[in-house]
Design a protein around this ligand. Structure first.
Ligand code: 0X9
Ligand code: CA
Ligand code: CA
Ligand code: ZN
Length: 429
């Protein structure tokens, strides 16, 4: 039975915490502030319609019914009344990040930030949707460009983040890019020029279910995969960055074992989340020409700039010739100069099959990079660096992100072969 997500409140609810409603509420039950503030509660023991009517008569709204359990929205006073009627009442709470890391955005906070930016910059930014994750969370898709409501004939760029649940810094990276492109428009000439001449797509959260799960229960879970049940019983999840459809599961760069951290899933694109981004990318083909020319897939950690292929250690292979390899390496080294990361072919880290960049390049001709962000070592925070590094470590990729967008009209310019490759058609693979 799939869990129901009837409201935004339910979306944000990741665990149920008993808060001692009665004693808390009776501390100052007549204070207007106390009476007005609504929260989500779970009510247990409400079996019959008569039970539900009694609960409803307190003024609480019944948001969903699952057997004898109700999800309600209620003030503290209403919750107290429900409890006095003899039902078990527990307050649902979004844990979000631990207080020390509150500078990070959980799913709800990320959505709010994106809504705010879209409202503030309606001429150049749209908040769209890729569709829903396995558990039904909306996967936001941001478009930034001049004449944003129109599909113009401009090179398109894709930035995506958070395929891996615990890599929360990458969501901050995507939010940074949204801020950079919107707030910088009309101020920073480099940004203005790009917003005017490119169509920029940002997918800030490829794995909202895994991300929220990683924050649930008031502690980090070190969770990597999505939250799809696989095999028989239990949520084991699929490694989204092994679930892409080029050389899927080909080369021992992923695992067939469902409990493995790099479980590739039963088949390519078995995960709803990779399907969503795949379908969006495929939708960007106009008359057979892929409009997205270049991309960065953000991960943590190791401070690396990586390019295809991941499935083989060969520098050239089917669909990747010498000039293309040279272009990837030259661009990668340029990015690395600006952010201080180490540039290398992704397989020099370790073989990965079914990764996003192999598919984006081989299948769609997108100049696709993976960035592994801060830090370099577990000692510096590993997947959970303190929120104090967010500003520095996201701004660190400003120049590389802009440079990628600038090369989207002809990546071969990086090796001075634009006349050979880009004279007739713009930015071929
Ligand atoms: O293993 C991964 O998916 C990435 N490393 S992480 O620690 N963030 O999990 C690296 C992927 C690099 N390889 C390719 N993109 N092919
Ligand atoms: Ca435009
Ligand atoms: Ca376009
Ligand atoms: Zn990752």
């Amino acid at each position: 039975m799939g869990r129901k997500f009837g409201s935004m409140v339910a979306f944000a609810t990741v665990a149920v915490v008993t808060l001692g409603v009665v004693s808390q509420a009776s501390a100052s039950p007549t204070s207007p502030k106390y009476q007005q503030k609504s929260a989500s509660y779970t009510v247990d023991g409400a079996r019959t319609q008569a039970d539900r009517n009694r609960v409803g008569s307190t003024g609480a709204s019944i948001d969903s019914v699952e057997g004898a359990r109700l999800d309600v929205t209620a003030t503290a006073v209403e919750a107290m009344k429900i409890e006095r009627l003899g039902y078990k009442v527990t307050q649902q709470r979004t844990e979000g990040f631990p207080a020390a890391d509150s500078g990070y955005h959980d799913y709800t906070e990320m959505q709010a930030e994106l809504e705010k930016a879209a409202k503030a910059y309606p001429k150049i930014m749209q908040k769209l949707s890729l569709g829903k994750s396995y558990e039904g969370r909306d996967m936001p898709l941001i478009k930034i460009s001049d004449n944003v409501a129109k599909d113009e004939n401009e090179p398109e760029i894709l930035y995506d983040a958070h395929q891996h649940a615990r890599e929360h810094l990458t969501v901050e990276m995507a939010l940074y890019l949204v801020k950079m492109y919107t707030e910088g428009y009309g101020k920073d000439p480099r940004i203005t020029k790009l917003v005017d001449s490119r169509e920029i797509w940002i997918v800030p959260d490829m794995n909202p279910d895994g991300g929220e799960y990683d924050l649930s229960g008031g502690k980090y879970h070190n969770w990597r995969k999505n939250r799809q049940p696989v095999g028989n019983g239990g949520v084991k999840g699929v490694d989204l960055n092994r679930n892409w459809g080029y050389k899927f599961a080909c080369c021992d760069g992923s695992s067939p074992v469902t409990t493995s951290e790099t479980y590739h899933g039963p088949s390519a694109f078995s995960a709803p989340e990779t399907q969503r981004l795949r379908d969006f990318v495929l939708s960007r083909r106009v008359n057979g020409v892929q409009q997205i020319k270049a991309s960065i897939d953000f991960h943590t950690y190791s401070e690396l700039v990586l390019w295809p292929y991941g499935y083989t250690t060969q520098t050239t292979a089917a669909g990747l010739n010498g000039d293309q390899q040279k272009t990837f390496a030259t661009l990668g080294k340029t990015f690395a100069k600006s952010n201080g990361y180490t540039p290398e072919q992704s397989s020099s880290l370790y073989i990965t099959d079914g990764s996003i960049i192999d598919w984006l390049w081989a299948n769609q001709g997108v100049w696709a990079f993976t960035f592994e962000m801060y830090p370099t070592t577990p000692g510096k925070g590993g997947f959970y660096p303190p929120a104090s590094v967010i500003d520095r470590e996201t701004a660190r990729n400003k120049d590389a992100s802009l440079t990628l967008a600038e090369y989207a009209d002809c990546a071969y310019r990086a090796i001075k072969k634009e006349n050979q490759y880009c004279a007739t058609s713009p930015s071929p693979r």
